[in-house]
Design a protein around this ligand. Structure first.
Ligand code: DC
Length: 227
């Protein structure tokens, strides 16, 4: 059966990763969380005190960062940086508070987009992020753009963090996702936009299972479509 590329973009905490992960598992596709890549770069920049306004320092730092994904014992994909599992560290608020700023940097975007295209060159991939359908894979066969009410998004993100034993109050999460939405949508380099051929999905009143079913249905009809 022919393999396709599925791009899932949208605002922070709309359920992109959860949907993408489950759809990939059902189709037997590879799942790549592009946000994890920007988060790992942010972790490296913070830990190594990289100046966000010095392009030379940024280029040097980017050349030192090797990112990869490996399945863990729960069959989920963990992000590794230079051989070290950074999955836990990159989900902390310290990273969430800085990642959008780091993601505005042209050099960072170019490096990440080039790695993402390599990861997706054989298709059979579900990638979620902000610019996957618009910039990374403009020819993806299936493009989705997720939205949801901001209160619902904040509550869902709080539950997700709680499952990882991290208690963060709702106002902190709400203010973080509001800030990230603003920075992600207004940046100069590949801002968050809905690609014109992307299908919009409002997930406010939809369960994850319903969301996943719908995306799988759409994917199968694309897979079966003759080129
Ligand atoms: O998907 P996430 O919330 O983990 O992403 C974290 C940040 O990374 C997000 O606020 C913006 C940035 N990002 C991006 O600029 N482009 C992508 N393709 C994915 C994420």
């Amino acid at each position: 059966m022919r393999k396709i590329t599925i791009a899932i973009d949208g605002y922070s905490a709309c359920g992109k990763s959860t949907t993408a992960k489950e759809v990939a598992a059902i189709l037997g596709y590879r799942y790549i969380d592009s946000g994890a890549m920007y988060r790992a770069v942010t972790l490296y920049f913070l830990d190594n005190h990289i100046s966000l306004t010095n392009p030379k320092e940024i280029d040097r730092a980017l050349s030192q960062i090797h990112l990869s994904f490996h399945l863990n014992s729960h069959s989920a994909s963990d992000a590794f940086m230079n051989g070290v599992n950074v999955e836990n560290k990159i989900r902390k608020m310290r990273i969430s508070e800085n990642v959008s700023q780091v993601s505005t940097i042209k050099e960072v975007r170019h490096a990440m987009v080039s790695q993402q295209r390599k990861l997706g060159k054989d298709k059979g991939i579900v990638m979620d992020g902000r610019d996957i359908g618009s910039v990374v894979f403009p020819n993806a066969e299936l493009k989705l753009f997720l939205t949801a009410d901001i209160q619902v998004r904040a509550y869902r993100r709080q539950q997700e963090l709680l499952e990882k034993d991290k208690l963060v109050d709702l106002d902190t999460i709400l203010s973080n996702i509001t800030d990230r939405d603003r920075i992600d949508s207004t940046r100069k380099e590949s801002p968050l936009i809905k690609a014109k051929d992307a299908i919009g999905l409002d997930t406010t009143h939809v369960t994850i299972d319903e969301q996943v079913d719908e995306v799988v249905r759409m994917a199968i009809s694309k897979i079966l479509l003759k080129k």
